[in-house]
Design a protein. Structure first.
Ligand code: NAP
Length: 249
């Protein structure tokens, strides 16, 4: 992967940060985007630079088109030709039943998780597709086991947004398969990151780990390994595919 350029959206924390670290170790030049946690994003960049890697942190709300356009332009100028995108930025809102969900909440959840992934993929395709003079590349979308399980009483909105990511992955993979771009997704299960606290229950994995056949939550690095494989040339004939990283859940 020497000198290939990767963008990881939401790379300041959790699964995105773990992906950025592993990608840098594999030789990618890594741009991470973040929303608010600048200090955490800078820390990831410093960590990568300390092992001799090349990294850059850029602020962008993926749900805002102007921010996404700006993000990709800055990335073009700093690192040049893009070869990989990990559509990782995602959010949860506090747990509740569907009947209590306000339109503003639904708009936020679909905006970041779905619109954000579409906008970033669109910009990546414009740069990577051989149809536009690009050299090809790989996109990995972060879905969730929630897309299959539905997350009743917690966040059906989030689960439905991830269901949209599954359809998006299938459709886009077919659209750009003959243009040098592979599009795949991972579906993490219960992974130890800050996201569960965002939903109002930091101890959620402890409560639910009995429902995981392997009996434990996963680590961000365990998801990152699957993402790295899908980005790599080892996955050269794999597109429109999903890897469940969920301990069998
Ligand atoms: P996390 O620890 O909460 O980190 C979220 C990341 O997304 C942060 O880097 C955050 O940036 C960024 N972000 C949030 N809103 C954004 C926005 N509007 N624009 C740009 N970036 C934004 O989450 P995680 O658990 O690592 O989750 C990563 C992905 O995996 C998400 O798509 C999530 O849905 C999916 N996933 C996670 C789990 C799990 O159990 N953890 C399970 C299934 C799927 P700041 O740091 O600046 O806020």
């Amino acid at each position: 992967m020497k000198n290939r350029v990767l963008l990881v959206s939401g790379g300041s924390r959790g699964i995105g940060a773990a992906t950025a670290r592993l990608a840098a170790e594999a030789g990618w030049s890594v741009c991470i985007s973040y929303h608010r946690q600048e200090a955490q994003a800078r820390a990831v960049v410093e960590e990568i630079e300390s092992i001799g890697g090349r990294a850059l942190a850029l602020k962008a709300d993926v749900g805002r088109e102007a921010d996404v356009l700006d993000l990709f332009e800055q990335l073009d100028q700093a690192f040049g030709t893009l070869s990989g995108l990990v559509n990782n930025a995602g959010i949860l809102e506090p747990q509740m039943r569907v009947e209590g969900m306000q339109a503003a909440r639904l708009a936020r959840v679909f905006n970041v998780n779905v619109l954000g992934s579409f906008l970033c993929a669109r910009e990546a395709v414009r740069r990577m597709s051989t149809r536009h003079g690009g050299q090809g590349g790989a996109i990995v979308n972060l879905s969730s086991m929630a897309a299959r399980l539905g997350s009743p009483n917690e966040y059906v909105d989030y689960a439905a947004a991830k269901g949209a990511i599954d359809s998006f992955t299938i459709g886009l993979s077919k659209e750009v398969a003959a243009e040098g771009i592979r599009v795949n997704a991972v579906r993490p299960g219960l992974i130890h990151t800050d996201i569960h606290a965002s939903g109002g229950e930091p101890g959620r994995i402890e409560r639910l780990k009995g429902s995981v056949p392997m009996g434990r939550g996963g680590r961000a690095e365990e998801v990152a390994r699957a993402i790295l494989w899908l980005l790599s040339d080892e996955a050269s004939y794999t597109t429109g595919s999903f890897i469940d990283v969920s301990g069998g859940r």
